[in-house]
Design a protein around this ligand. Structure first.
Ligand code: HEC
Length: 658
């Protein structure tokens, strides 16, 4: 079976077509009078916020497949507005199929969007089959696209760049001069020419034409559908935003893929959706666009609210999207090397969260470049997240051997003097390969150190996780590195709320940032990294305002961020060391310093990086390492001494800077 999840870049040419249909703007969702008024107001208030959302939020097509427009770094998104019954719109389909096919490989994703709110998903799918539509077709139940782009006709094409700037708006071509007058030979293929300009990196020569076709009907209040329904509005939202975690056997506490299950939890869902606890997403407004962003738009939140308020109506079965297909097993295909824990780790029924480090020998006899790492929990109900490091020193093995259970425990990191961090896994994220012909160097003989964060479930459980490594092809020669920005001279005075700690690092060479991984412990409240470019401009790199130690993904930029040499990256961390902080592990506030223990603190941001010029790799990584060591020479010395002590006593050391 052809699984749409494997195909997120909009590469429809290789698959049998997916297909489409639309709905009127936001108005679609209007309900009974009271709820309708509430929803309209909520949406009006939130629409400003909505325009700052990225385009790559997930959308469900008429086949139930999920698309993240522009996520894999395309040049442009072409939305073509259609209906089932507009003859001019139907006549355009063969040309749209050609455009979708030809421009997919040139960085342009084409989507059909239905504007008729009375069309069911089933009818849209039937129309797709009848006309052999070969690009994905969306219903846009929540009006996310219609509200933002405000098309007036079908067919109309609106092409935007990944930031949402409109590059072309208008007709497909000039075969029709007015509706109901037949067609003539095409003289100006406006959409095709615009797409060619965009694909070639030129300005669009004709950015605006007048669309000719059927008018998009604004919804008349009297004709509103009776209610927001599960099948039409709610199921596609949950299919795109929730069930990656909330399905049988995954990390969510209950599945959310059927009406019966959703109804059972409706009030609780309404609450956690309204306060944005779910889906879990930390970066604040202003952060760059990241992959795997599952946030809900204000319109979607309003729909969930209105649906619950109006009695949780199930709706027309013809509106229900087909079930989403999740790839089974390893998500990037069979790994080159699978490492598995030889024995299961026992997770007790009760007690605090556990951070366990497992040491898995790679057996590699030569140095290899790793392109991607995937992780499979043995028991998703107790696994919260996982992190990966490589250790060449043998220190991790010594820590492991010092305790009888598999692995060893430590709080803030692997407790190694030197290591290679290879990222982490959090539920809901998709493993990504590094750019072609690049990789992270894993030296021969290294051990993989796997950190798993467990949360006891209420009954005794066990877990036997697996890690899959994907190596770069032999011709790959560009190294991806990692840089860290932080200052270990940290002292958070006892009782202080809102203590600010800063660090800065200047890039010695032109650098591309691939992702960002912010890290603090339990007193952390807010973390922000900003790049100050030599030309005086600045770029936000990450900003988390409600820090949660338990939810620390690595955020992959949709497109690498290119920063010139001389760019200063500033880090600002805010801590609450007062008795009011419910997360603090000290019963009485005391001065807190840098260290790896749960009652110590850290404040760091890591980036995976590619120097613009591959020859600059050593310069970049060694400059960063000496910067990092310089920020805390004393800590470094203490660290080495404790390591040596740990070896003689067999106790896993806790490192602290004083
Ligand atoms: C990235 C994974 C992920 C996604 C996506 C996600 N959830 Fe969750 N959800 C979880 C986890 C994990 C928990 C359990 C939290 C805990 O045990 O503290 C949870 C808990 C919940 C709860 C129970 C909250 C409580 O009070 O304990 C609800 C309700 C919920 N999710 C609804 C949703 C909805 C609705 C969506 C989509 C709009 C969603 N979730 C998306 C992972 C996810």
């Amino acid at each position: 079976m052809n699984c749409p999840e494997l195909n997120r870049a909009g590469q429809f040419t290789t698959t049998r077509a997916r297909r489409l249909k639309v709905v009127a703007a936001l108005a679609i969702c209007l309900i009974t009078t009271g709820a309708a008024a509430l929803l309209t107001r909520a949406v009006r208030e939130m629409s400003a916020d909505s325009s700052s959302l990225p385009w790559n939020l997930p959308l469900v097509d008429v086949d139930g497949a999920v698309h993240h427009p522009g996520e894999t770094g395309c040049r442009a998104l072409a939305f073509v507005f259609v209906t089932t019954r507009c003859p001019i719109s139907n006549r355009a389909i063969p040309e749209l199929n050609r455009l979708a096919r030809e421009f997919a490989s040139r960085g342009i994703e084409l989507y059909g969007v239905h504007v008729d709110r009375s069309v069911t998903r089933k009818a849209a799918a039937a129309h797709r089959d009848e006309f052999d539509v070969q690009f994905p077709v969306l219903l846009d139940e929540a009006g996310l696209i219609l509200q933002r782009l405000q098309p007036t006709h079908t067919p109309q094409a609106i092409v935007v760049d990944p930031q949402g700037t409109v590059l072309y708006s208008g007709a497909i071509d000039d075969r029709h001069v007015s509706p109901a007058r037949g067609s003539r030979p095409v003289e100006n293929a406006w959409l095709r020419e615009a797409l060619a300009d965009i694909a070639d990196g030129r300005r669009v020569s004709v950015p605006h034409t007048t669309p000719i076709g059927c008018c998009v009907e604004p919804p008349k209040p009297a004709e509103q559908p009776a209610a927001v329904t599960y099948t039409r509005h709610i199921a596609p939202i949950f299919q795109a935003h929730c069930i990656v975690c909330h399905r049988e056997g995954d990390v969510g506490p209950f599945p959310l893929d059927t009406y019966a299950e959703v109804v059972r939890h409706a009030e609780q869902i309404r609450t956690v959706v309204a306060d944005r606890t779910m889906p879990p997403w930390k970066p604040a407004a202003g952060s760059p666009h990241f992959r795997d962003d599952l946030r809900l738009s204000p319109q979607q939140i309003a729909l969930v609210d209105a649906w619950t308020a109006a009695g949780k109506v199930e709706g027309d079965p013809d509106d229900l999207p087909p079930p989403r297909c999740f790839p089974q097993g390893w998500r990037l295909g069979p790994p080159d090397l699978v490492l598995e824990l030889p024995e299961a780790f026992a997770v007790p029924a009760d007690g605090p969260d556990i951070y366990q480090y497992f040491v898995l020998p790679t057996g590699l006899t030569t140095d290899r470049l790793v392109q991607a790492v995937d992780f499979q929990p043995g028991n998703a109900q107790v696994v919260h997240h996982a992190g990966f490091w490589f250790d060449q020193s043998g220190d991790a093995r010594e820590h492991d051997e010092a305790t009888p259970a598999p692995g060893y425990t430590n709080f803030g990191g692997p407790g190694l003097a030197q290591w290679i961090g290879l990222g982490n896994w959090t539920p809901g994220t998709t493993p990504q390969r590094l750019p072609p012909l690049t990789g992270r160097l894993v030296p021969a003989g290294s051990d993989l150190v796997l950190q798993v964060h467990y949360h006891p479930s209420g009954k005794a459980e066990s877990d036997k996780p697996r890690v899959g490594l994907y190596f770069a092809p032999p011709e790959a020669c560009e190294l991806v590195g990692e840089i860290a920005i932080g200052d270990m001279k940290l002292k958070i005075p006892a009782g202080q709320k809102g203590h600010v700690h800063r660090a800065s690092y200047e890039l010695p060479v032109d650098t591309r940032l691939l992702d960002v991984y912010p890290h603090m412990h339990l007193l952390g409240k807010e973390i922000r990294a900003t790049a100050h470019l030599p030309d005086g401009s600045h770029r936000d790199l990450i900003h988390v305002t409600n820090w949660d130690y338990a939810w620390q993904p690595r955020y992959a930029f949709c497109q690498p961020l290119e920063l010139p040499r001389g760019t200063r990256i500033d880090l600002e961390c805010v801590y609450d060391n007062s008795a009011d902080n419910p997360f603090a592990s000290n019963t009485k506030p005391r001065n807190v310093y840098w260290g790896e223990g749960s009652d110590d603190e850290m404040g760091l941001v890591y980036f995976q990086v590619l120097p613009a010029n591959p020859q600059d790799f050593d310069r970049l990584t060694s400059d960063n390492l000496s910067y990092y060591k310089r920020t805390l020479r004393d800590f470094w010395r203490a660290y080495q001494a404790r390591m040596a002590n740990a070896r003689t006593t067999g106790r896993t050391p806790q490192f602290r800077a004083r």
